[in-house]
Design a protein around this ligand. Structure first.
Ligand SMILES: [Zn+2]
Length: 241
């Protein structure tokens, strides 16, 4: 947790009143920024249950359950693909000190569904991979909230010319698409996980700046979560006194 403190100081100014938000981080998806704003506003309005759920969602409090479909890859190629994917997941988990945890799941409704396929297109372009992701906070009854994180990821196994995607190319692609699920935008800087795949220089792990941005979100969400829990505790003490 100590490390978190440094990231916090670098990214956000702390004011006497609490927490003054710094400028919007262009690496972080607008949707994620909006959820941070929502958690903060809920706290201000005394809606601690809602703030708590939003913060828990931002922190991926529930491990992300994932399923993998290797399509018609022969067994040894499927093993390569599995290895690449597991390395990508481990890189992200390590980078954020275990805040995000990925667990394999064989049931029907995995949070993250990953498919390895021959080729992937986005519009008319051949791409290395593709991800569609969604986060939602659901309001059941007045004060009851839950959240959902879901994503579908495609990773290609063959380059447009017909040669194989190497394990390190698939690892970069998996890192990149998972980075989107975790809340990062694309990056134009080469050497970063969120940059486009360069088949001659695939990236093996997230760059320091990417990790710092993501940890900045987790630090803030963690602070909001502890504030929401304090608010909850105070309310229940007031009720019982
Ligand atoms: Zn992308």
């Amino acid at each position: 947790m100590k490390k978190r403190g440094f990231a916090l100081i670098a990214l956000f100014a702390v004011s006497a009143l609490g927490f003054a938000r710094g400028p919007v981080d262009p690496r972080i998806q607008t949707r994620v920024q909006e959820f941070l704003d929502r958690a903060e506003k809920c706290l201000g309005d005394g809606k601690s249950s809602e703030a708590k759920t939003v913060a828990e969602m931002l922190l991926f409090r529930r491990a992300l359950r994932y399923s993998v479909d290797f399509g018609d890859l022969p067994p040894e190629r499927a093993e390569e693909a599995r290895g690449a994917l597991q390395e990508a997941m481990a890189s992200w988990s390590d980078a954020v000190n275990g805040t995000v945890e990925f667990v394999p799941y064989t049931g029907r409704f995995a949070d993250v569904r990953i498919s390895f396929v021959d080729s992937v297109r986005s519009g008319s372009c051949e791409v290395a991979g593709h991800a569609v992701w969604r986060r939602q906070v659901l309001n059941w009854r007045e004060d009851q909230f839950s959240y959902q994180v879901s994503a579908e990821i495609l990773i290609r196994t063959t380059l447009p010319g017909g040669s194989r995607m190497s394990p390190s190319m698939m690892r970069h692609t998996a890192l990149h698409e998972l980075g989107h699920v975790l809340g990062l935008n694309d990056s134009a800087r080469s050497g970063e996980a969120m940059s486009a795949l360069n088949p001659f220089a695939p990236v093996s792990k997230p760059a320091g700046a990417e990790v710092l941005s993501l940890n900045g979100v987790f630090d803030q969400a963690g602070l909001f979560l502890s504030q929401a829990m304090q608010q909850d505790l105070l309310e229940s003490l007031n009720r019982s006194s």
